[in-house]
Design a protein around this ligand. Structure first.
Ligand code: HEM
Length: 184
């Protein structure tokens, strides 16, 4: 079953969800690691990490666009029954914030690269700069990118924590809806 039903997510949404989860967590870990590497001299390791980070970050932007299109073209499975109103609101807020961050993070990275005048390449193709070279904006986008990534870390912890709580303590189908269907 490729498409969602009102009871569970379909195969496409499931693959996109877990692919994106792995990619985003890898980008966060790599981002935190590479910014901690020393700048002194020509640090080849740091430069290679930044190049890969930019390329995979742009890949995440492409996947986010596909994911948003798929979500808009599919029904959304209903939330489990008897969920208190505040949890329904919190769940929707977290999911919408994820979509916002999946776009805002790579775009802030792209703006950062444009502002410092270092182009972004994806599969060997040079992407256009979004803005002209500007040192002050470069510093601003570094900070923005950092705080957006901290917000993403916070959301991932809340989101994964809630899913595990539903699964192990609530014993409902919240997590199962986004896992491959069990064979009969
Ligand atoms: C969803 C995608 C992305 C995630 C989750 C992500 C995450 C991160 C994180 C956690 C950091 C470390 C922040 C810090 O502690 O200072 C970072 C740094 C960085 N990111 Fe990203 N990033 C993404 C996409 C991109 C893209 C698309 C680009 C560029 C095209 C980019 C360029 C950079 C650069 C240049 C740095 C180093 C900034 C510095 O020198 O302080 N990122 N990223």
């Amino acid at each position: 079953m490729l498409r969602n039903t009102d009871q569970r997510y379909g195969a496409v949404a499931i693959v996109l969800h877990w692919l994106m989860a792995v990619l985003l967590i890898a980008l966060i870990v790599q981002g935190l690691y590479m910014t901690g590497l020393p700048d002194v001299g020509f640090n080849k390791q740091k430069i290679l990490h930044i190049l890969a980070h930019k390329e995979y970050g742009m890949l995440a932007l492409g996947l986010a666009a596909i994911r948003l299109a798929w979500r808009l073209g599919n029904v959304l499975p209903v939330l489990v029954e008897n969920l208190p109103d505040w949890q329904k609101v919190a769940a929707r807020f977290v999911h919408l914030s994820f979509y916002g961050l999946m776009f805002a993070l790579p775009i802030s990275g792209w703006l950062m690269s444009s502002a410092v005048g270092i182009p972004v390449y994806v599969f060997g193709y040079r992407l256009p700069d979004l803005i002209a070279h500007d040192e002050r904006l470069f510093q601003l986008f570094i900070d923005l990118h950092k705080w957006l990534s901290y917000a993403l870390i916070g959301l991932i912890i809340v989101h994964a924590g809630a899913a595990l709580r539903h699964h192990f303590f609530g014993r409902d189908d919240t997590l199962k809806k986004i896992l491959p269907a069990e064979r009969a």
